[in-house]
Design a protein. Structure first.
Length: 441
């Protein structure tokens, strides 16, 4: 039987920015795709919430009956681009159980249901691909699952949310405060009407869970990821960061740690951090993303590019779609879930990191020594201290601002120190507590 007699049928669920681009590529690149796959790829239908004749495709290609579309006998691969977790989870499980391969860009779903979906794919002997769930067009998942499959990944760290990176880049370059930078991001379409998922770190945490699961062969969910957002970062923090030769980025960090007893653990965390200007992530600005992978044999690898948007994300989706289609034609399968390591998740309290602490204090003798004493009591070593006088609107001195940079300390020790500082009469308020990443001190 010729390949023309055995087309690969595709159903696309969702017709938003990404879904519309995927449909366009399938239609416009049909000849090239057939040559790459070894068989024609045919779009069978598009699942939408509302069927209308103003969607730019023939209305008979649209359906609001997702169950019926997924169940069609002529559909071999389902591309899920609907979001959020439900009804996407139900549709993907149905497709997998019926022996259809699935491609998805749904990071929220993959961060909570990877095990369930991977098990369904394994039982049905079909593929589950999700390259587009992390960092848009940037290929990160496939290098971790395939190119580095024979290596030991030590650390994966990066900027994986374009909205927050744009906001922080604007605060750094223009001196704007958080509220103004968020307003600019919203006006340019980088921020959603409700930006909570981005600015509070939920989006980045979902992606960190996916990266950690793959890198360390251990199931990690979004609930396992320690998370802080960027809403408390101030323009004054950027002034201090520049004085320290740093900028501030929202980082997703996944790390393989070894305890003093030799036991390996996994740390997955998301928070804003000072990053030295010499670090490769410091120069990633605007809505761009970047991920740095460190492995025992390969060393440091960096992946950089467009982290969001219809066309860039569609590129990653199409890469998965072509792989799934080739496997259908050739009778093979892509990489399965690897969870053999089953490493425990390390609580944030045990993670050693350098810290930046900014506080307002009374402008009188002995304050600095009392502040330093609280760090010393908890064995938090101070690397650098900066003190600046403050003036009110009339130009009169009205206290001082102290910035302390520590050597490595655990989160638990630092948290205890901050609580103690807040109780000191001389400390009028703790302004910021940020971590410092990308240094070896």
């Amino acid at each position: 039987m010729s390949t023309e007699d055995k087309p690969i049928g595709v159903a696309v669920l969702g017709f938003g920015n990404v879904g519309s681009q995927v449909v366009r590529i399938i239609e416009e690149s049909a000849q090239d795709l057939a040559a790459r796959i070894g068989a024609p790829m045919v779009l069978r239908g598009i699942g939408v919430r509302r069927v209308a004749d103003d969607r730019g495709v023939p209305v008979d290609m649209l359906t609001d009956n997702i169950d019926e579309l997924v169940s069609r006998d002529d559909v071999d691969i389902v591309v899920e681009l609907m979001g959020p977790v439900e009804p996407a989870r139900k549709a993907i499980l149905s497709a997998l159980e019926q022996g259809k391969s699935v491609v998805t860009a749904n990071k929220a779903l993959m961060a909570v249901s990877t095990g369930e979906l991977a098990q369904a794919a394994e039982h049905a002997h079909v593929d589950l691909y999700f390259e587009a769930a992390v960092a848009g067009a940037i290929p990160v998942i496939r290098p971790l699952t395939q190119s580095l499959a024979g290596d030991t990944v030590i650390r994966v760290a990066g900027i994986v949310n374009g909205t927050t990176n744009y906001i922080l880049s604007e605060m750094d370059s223009t001196g704007a405060d958080y509220t103004s930078a968020l307003a600019d991001a919203s006006a340019l379409g980088y921020a959603e009407a409700d930006p909570t998922a981005d600015v509070e770190g939920y989006d980045a945490a979902a992606k960190a869970a996916i990266l950690a699961s793959i890198a360390f062969h251990t199931r990690v969910t979004a609930d396992d990821v320690y998370r802080e957002g960027i809403t408390k970062v101030t323009s004054a923090d950027f002034v201090s960061a520049r004085a320290l030769g740093c900028t501030i980025k929202l980082l997703a960090i996944c790390e393989r740690l070894t305890t003093d007893e030799g036991q390996q653990r996994v740390s997955a965390r998301v928070y804003p951090a000072l990053v030295p200007l010499t670090h490769p992530l410091a120069s990633v600005n605007g809505a761009f993303n970047a991920v740095v992978v460190e492995a025992e044999a390969a060393g440091r690898l960096m992946f950089y590019g467009q982290g969001a948007g219809g066309a860039p994300t569609a590129s990653a989706v199409m890469g998965d779609l072509v792989m799934a289609a080739r496997n259908r034609v050739q009778g093979g399968r892509g990489p399965r879930e690897s969870k053999y390591a089953k490493l425990p998740i390390s609580p944030i309290g045990f993670i050693p990191t350098r810290y930046y602490v900014s506080m307002n204090v009374a402008d009188r003798p002995g304050v600095l020594s009392s502040v330093a004493a609280e760090f010393g009591k908890r064995e938090v070593s101070i690397a650098e201290v900066r003190q600046e006088g403050m003036v009110d609107q009339e130009g009169q001195r009205c206290g001082a601002r102290i910035v302390v940079v520590t050597h490595q300390a655990t989160d638990a020790a630092l948290s205890e120190t901050v609580e103690a500082l807040d109780d000191l009469d001389a400390v009028e308020g703790i302004n910021s507590v940020l971590r410092l990443e990308g240094t070896t001190e």
